[in-house]
Write a new protein. Structure first.
Length: 272
């Protein structure tokens, strides 16, 4: 690569997102939450569409570029800071002057120099006297000195953590099905606030056939998380919200209808 282009872009609302067809939460029953940003257009698609237009404009051929959005082991945030696109907030997210922390990043490597000049803008978001993101995290995963403790982060546990969840991890998940927006939506510089989180019925979600979930999730952010991990998260939401007297019966019911080892192990980790 001879050059690297980084782009910052904002999410695109998707009022027709098929995830709205998932069973809605009912008062008095255990619920699992989809973070509001998961209901936007899949940011991978949004970013790749922007990058495709840039590739066409620069007349780059397939053999002399590599482009992506949230793909591969690339430190996009630190590169974006170096390029003058923003700075780190206490929540460890890229914070921009225009849109706060509600942004996504895309990258484009080129095998030839790009005919552009970079003029880093003077962006100095001041987080010194603000602790809102630190205070908003229910698991205290954020620290002004230690940064992010990944094993405590709801978003990591819901969307990235592989395998079964221990009972402690199920409690830390706090009913999240996918993602968490708490440390980003409270940022004072965030002008494009997402809508409300979408709560679904945890039991109904657990019992939905995998093929139906895959069909609803196709083309959404949830497709990247996968059915098994999402069902595991819904199981955690059930286990932490059901009264002890109902937990044993629900555990056996779900064990009878689940073939996933990670889901079953998560169920076995419920306290008896």
């Amino acid at each position: 690569a001879k050059s690297l282009l980084l782009v910052v872009f904002v999410p695109v609302p998707d009022p027709d997102n098929p995830l709205f067809q998932l069973p809605k939460a009912v008062s008095g029953r255990p619920a699992a939450r989809l973070a509001a940003y998961t209901l936007n257009e899949d940011y991978h698609r949004t970013g790749l569409r922007i990058l495709d237009r840039i590739i066409q404009y620069l007349d780059l051929s397939a053999g002399e570029l590599e482009a992506g959005v949230d793909a591969g082991a690339l430190l996009e945030k630190s590169m974006a800071v170096a390029a003058g696109l923003g700075c780190y907030g206490y929540n460890t997210l890229l914070r921009t002057a225009e849109w706060g922390t509600q942004v996504h990043l895309g990258y484009l490597f080129s095998a030839r120099p790009l005919p552009v000049k970079i003029h880093p803008s003077e962006i100095h978001p001041d987080c010194a006297d603000c602790r809102l993101c630190l205070q908003s995290c229910p698991n205290q995963a954020l620290s002004s000195t230690a940064g992010l403790q990944l094993q405590l982060c709801r978003s990591f546990l819901a969307s990235e953590k592989k395998g079964a969840l221990t009972w402690r991890e199920q409690q830390l998940l706090g009913g999240a099905l996918a993602g968490c927006s708490l440390c980003s939506r409270c940022c004072p510089g965030t002008t494009l606030l997402p809508g409300e989180d979408f709560s679904i019925d945890a039991e109904e979600f657990c019992k939905m056939p995998a093929f139906l979930l895959e069909r609803l999730m196709k083309g959404t952010v949830l497709q990247h998380i996968g059915v098994t991990r999402l069902k595991r998260n819904a199981v955690a939401a059930l286990g932490t919200q059901l009264p002890h007297a109902q937990r044993s019966a629900m555990q056996q019911s779900l064990l009878n209808c689940s073939n996933s080892e990670n889901v079953r192990k998560t169920l076995y980790n419920w306290p008896t």
